[in-house]
Design a protein around this ligand. Structure first.
Ligand code: IPE
Ligand code: IPE
Ligand code: MG
Length: 244
């Protein structure tokens, strides 16, 4: 995939804001259950929260945003819920093209796209094409994504180009990951109270900062993202070295 033009616009709050924010959007089901609604109603509201966060990320000048939409393990959910989520992709992704244009978001998919149904795949392809020239930020949607699966597929891609018995290197694995032009994630945010990665971007998370919040995903808005980025800006990242 070719490197998209991305404007690195000076962030509003601080120049120490993350370049790449990954978001584990958790808590949709609990949000709905608490209100006596079916879990799917939480997913519906979750899309609105993602739009609020994308708008704020665009305003803050965050160039890369990755949403965890559907994991390689989420196929284990009841068939009705899986169907609802796939249908949401098929119906609510392309229909938001005007929104992506307004905020300048190029939309790309990270994950094993081949296993999705035709309707979801068509919507994804159409959305990627319709937003290909937008360059304020890249919004990656991790769909049928798993950190383990991504590393295995990277190694399999590399094997096809392997020269003799050359051993694989870290650079080979990194450069064969999905959307490898996007830099490793700086800040991983998880809503909904759980403190785990659930197989999200494992290779690229090596030196990510983590931020866990109890607020359920459908209740997220601009304020929550800004506050997570402000907190990130205060952290000292050493990458194994010492403070200079
Ligand atoms: C996250 O919310 C969305 C997806 C995994 C698709 P959940 O559906 O996991 O919500 P909870 O964690 O059950 O509340
Ligand atoms: C992680 O949430 C996956 C997504 C947000 C898409 P889950 O709800 O599937 O994670 P677990 O099962 O609580 O670890
Ligand atoms: Mg969950």
């Amino acid at each position: 995939m070719a490197l998209g033009k991305v404007n690195n616009i000076a962030p509003v709050g601080t120049e120490l804001y993350p370049s790449h924010v990954g978001i584990i959007m958790d808590g949709n089901g609990r949000w709905a259950t608490k209100r006596g609604l079916p879990r799917t109603a939480g997913h519906y509201e979750g899309v609105k929260a993602a739009k609020r966060i994308t708008t704020e990320a665009s305003r803050l000048g965050i160039p890369y945003l990755t949403y965890y939409v559907f994991s390689t393990e989420n196929w284990k959910r009841p068939q009705k819920e899986v169907d609802y989520l796939m249908n949401l992709l098929a119906t609510r992704l392309y229909s938001e093209v005007d929104f992506y244009k307004r905020v300048g978001a190029r939309v790309l998919i990270r994950g094993d796209f081949e296993k999705l149904n035709n309707a979801a795949r068509d919507a994804i392809i159409a959305t990627q094409e319709a937003t290909a020239d937008l360059d304020r930020l890249v919004v990656s949607l991790a769909i049928n994504h798993g950190g383990h699966d991504e590393i295995v597929r990277s190694i399999n891609r590399w094997l096809k180009t392997r020269n003799g018995d050359t051993p694989i290197s870290e650079t080979d694995i990194r450069s064969n990951l999905d959307l490898s032009f996007i830099p490793p994630v700086d800040l991983i945010i998880r809503s909904g109270g759980e403190k785990r990665l659930s197989n999200f971007m494992l290779w690229d998370a090596a030196y990510a900062e983590f931020a866990f919040y109890d607020t359920l995903w459908p209740d997220w808005g601009a304020k929550e993202l800004k506050s997570a980025c402000d907190d990130f800006a205060k952290r000292a990242r050493r990458f194994g070295g010492v403070d200079s």
